[in-house]
Design a protein around this ligand. Structure first.
Ligand SMILES: [Mg+2]
Ligand SMILES: [Zn+2]
Length: 539
């Protein structure tokens, strides 16, 4: 198999587990195009005394430390440290197959622009000669899970537009489904690739399934963010939560009614007594069924049976507690990502009418909604900046003083800007600031003391969008008659600057970057496959 040329980076978050060695070893040994960079995100909490270590690798491995921020934040730090058009996420406990790099390249090469992500195929070898334990079943559920970041490649443009992973998901659960749903909502398509990755079985603590109930809180956040239908969209099994809630409600009612009965002198009224008996019966029957199902699925060894008997007593209550806690916490959760902290406006054709190589302040005329847009951005607490290519300087048609005079006039009409960045070079200068290069965006963000990922660009050309994207800033296109058709694809587009600003501020919804055309919505995100069995719910 020939490997197509493809530029990609790999991001592997880790909390320092020894399995990282094997993961990196398999990656280095695989055939196929070499990744531009392998970013290991060291998410060990605090400031670990010892650096991460692994056997020497021929790959360009770099470490980014996140100090225990959680997998979502770790992956964000990882992909933001890369520059390649594709980013492949791996878990530190997977082992890629020998042809993984070759197949990854094939998976990513020649994908239409609209494909935002390509998933790998995860296999989990089952235990030999016996049924899997509860903890093993938890791992085996990964084999069918959709879009899991154990092996998932995203187009950088899709990550930038989505604002990366939602960092409010604190554990390695649902944050990958959440990102996938947002990428799909932006109009990208997700595909299943051909590369294979093995996720070995791991032994877990006997309490794994009890602790995994914390995932119910993440489900509550998913429901808040994506609505009732999120489970079907994400291919997540509905699981046992309804039954867990029923068992817990029955147990609470039984305890309450029994207490009420005991407090009345004549052993309570018959209604209360029968109510209590019924509630106990429901709670016990539900718990018995849960226990039996978990034992039946396992290897039926004494130790495993004992674990199932004990943990099944508390799983429904734990699930209910985390669901209630999560629902309360998520009740007003705003969408991800938060509004940008700064808006960087292009000048010509965006804030003011484009007069080619204009050095005359008298010729400055504002675009229709520019004044309100800048005002709105300021009112929403966003800093405002101006980033503009002025090749007229390099061409000898303008002096830097002319450019400054025009900028001063713009600031006179719109109020002062928090930052102004000008590229005076021409196309032949191959500078790093002339848009589509990222320099103006990077410098403006630095001057404001912000990360580029907290900035957004509003402009009227593809160069504005590319500059933003290369820097990692979100971008909105406000097309004019001069904007070319192809510049609009893959971009959030707004009718005017005010609408664009309102979208960034979260006042108006963002449109799809790839608007659905008639009959095009139906391409499945990935071929039909085994539905994700969410371990936390099935056990
Ligand atoms: Mg422009
Ligand atoms: Zn320049």
């Amino acid at each position: 198999m020939n490997s197509p040329a493809i530029s990609y980076s790999i991001v592997i978050p880790t909390i320092g587990r020894p399995c990282l060695d094997r993961c990196l070893g398999a990656l280095a040994a695989a055939r196929g195009p070499v990744p531009e960079q392998v970013i290991i995100v060291d998410d060990r909490p605090g400031r670990p005394a010892t650096p991460l270590r692994w056997p020497p690798s021929p790959l360009a491995v770099r470490v980014v430390a996140t100090g225990g921020a959680g997998p979502a934040a770790a992956r964000n730090a990882g992909w933001r440290a890369t520059a390649s058009p594709w980013v492949a996420f791996l878990d530190d406990d997977v082992v890629v197959e020998p042809d993984w790099r070759q197949r990854l390249a094939a998976d990513l090469a020649q994908q239409p622009d609209r494909i935002g992500g390509v998933q790998g195929r995860i296999t989990v070898p089952p235990p030999r000669g016996r049924q899997p334990t509860d903890a093993e079943r938890a791992t085996m559920g990964l084999a069918g899970a959709r879009w899991i970041t154990a092996d998932m490649a995203y187009r950088r443009a899709a990550l930038v537009a989505a604002g990366g992973f939602d960092e409010r998901f604190p554990r390695a659960f649902r944050e990958d489904s959440d990102l996938a749903l947002r990428v799909l909502r932006d109009g990208w398509l997700l595909r299943q690739g051909s590369r294979r990755t093995v996720h070995p079985l791991r032994a877990g603590s006997p309490w794994l399934s009890v602790r995994a109930q914390a995932g119910n809180a993440d489900d509550a956040l998913m429901r808040r963010l994506h609505g009732r239908g999120w489970q079907a969209q994400a291919g997540a099994a509905p699981g046992r939560r309804p039954r867990h809630l029923l068992i817990t409600a029955a147990a609470v009612a039984a305890a309450g009614l029994s207490a009420a009965g005991a407090s009345t002198r004549s052993h309570g009224r018959p209604g209360t007594r029968w109510g209590a008996r019924l509630a106990w019966a429901v709670a016990l029957a539900g718990t018995a069924e849960l226990t039996a199902a978990r034992i039946a699925a396992g290897p039926q060894q004494p130790r495993e049976i004992a674990t199932m008997l004990v943990t099944s007593l508390v799983i429904p209550e734990a699930a209910t507690w985390h669901w209630l806690r999560g629902s309360w916490r998520a009740r007003q959760a705003p969408p991800w990502p938060p509004p940008p902290q700064a808006v960087l406006f292009d000048r010509d054709g965006t804030l003011i009418h484009d007069v080619p190589y204009n050095g005359d302040p008298a010729q400055v005329r504002l675009m229709p909604t520019a004044r309100t847009a800048v005002k709105l951005a300021r009112a929403r607490g966003m800093r405002v900046g101006l980033i503009t290519n002025q090749s007229g300087v390099a061409r000898g048609l303008l002096t830097p003083a002319d450019v400054d005079a025009v900028n001063a006039r713009v600031a006179e009409l719109l109020g002062p800007f928090d930052v102004i960045q000008v590229c005076p070079h021409g196309p032949a200068d191959t500078c790093s600031c002339r848009k589509p290069a990222p320099g103006l965006v990077t410098w403006a963000a630095a001057a404001l003391g912000l990360s580029t990922h907290d900035c957004a660009v509003i402009g009227d050309t593809g160069a504005d969008l590319q500059a933003a994207q290369a820097a990692g800033a979100r971008a909105l296109l406000v097309p004019t008659a001069a904007t070319l058709g192809p510049e609009r694809s893959g971009a959030w587009t707004a009718a005017d600057v005010l609408t664009a600003t309102a979208m960034l501020a979260g006042i108006l919804p963002l449109p799809s970057v790839w608007p659905a055309r008639a009959g095009q919505r139906s391409e499945p995100a990935s071929p039909p496959q085994r539905i994700a069995v969410t371990p936390a719910r099935t056990s």
